[in-house]
Design a protein around this ligand. Sequence first.
Ligand code: 5GP
Length: 195
Amino acid sequence: MSAIDKGKLVVISGPSGSGKTTIIERLRAHERVSVSVSVTTRPPREGERDGRDYHFVDRARFEQMLAEDAFVETNDVFTNGHLYGSTWAEVHRGLAHPDGVLIMEVDVVGAASLRAADLDPLSIFIAPPSDDELERRLRARGTETDAQIEERLARAAAEMQEARAAGVHIVLNDDIDEAVDRVHQLIGLDSAARS
Ligand code: 5GP
């Protein structure tokens, strides 16, 4: 139980291409689960919706929110100037109900900040089956340039090491249904209530 509210905070991290977004989409279907909407200064990708995927803001607005202490944690995830942050408003909304499970998808730096923030989160790292498979998935997605893919692959290796060192739960995603089941088990979500 968290120190400030009653529900359970679940922090999910993992490299882009690990399948964490698909897993979170499947978790979202559970009646107890809601997903925290982060704030970012990165421009929306095609098909992304403001308020559902992220709250898309400009740098000035992000800094204003920082000054107002709106964020539980923030990070310049790809050190490319685009900022990401999780808000206290989402924490309070998602954890207000004792049965509530709030999913936060953040990078490993954000996950460490949340572990340090007295929120007692369950931390899960989704790992791709192999580096080659991760590269294949990233290329198939076609949303990043070659340089961005290289950066994301290097980052994935570093993140995996950090997750191991931090002792978080690592779920290997070589079969999506098994990975989803494992995450449900870790959180303590019953399968009967899944839709
Ligand atoms: P993308 O730009 O592909 O949507 O997200 C890139 C990375 O940013 C992912 O690793 C995701 O977990 C991370 N991220 C998204 N929202 C937040 C946030 O609020 N805080 C932190 N620290 N990382 C985030």
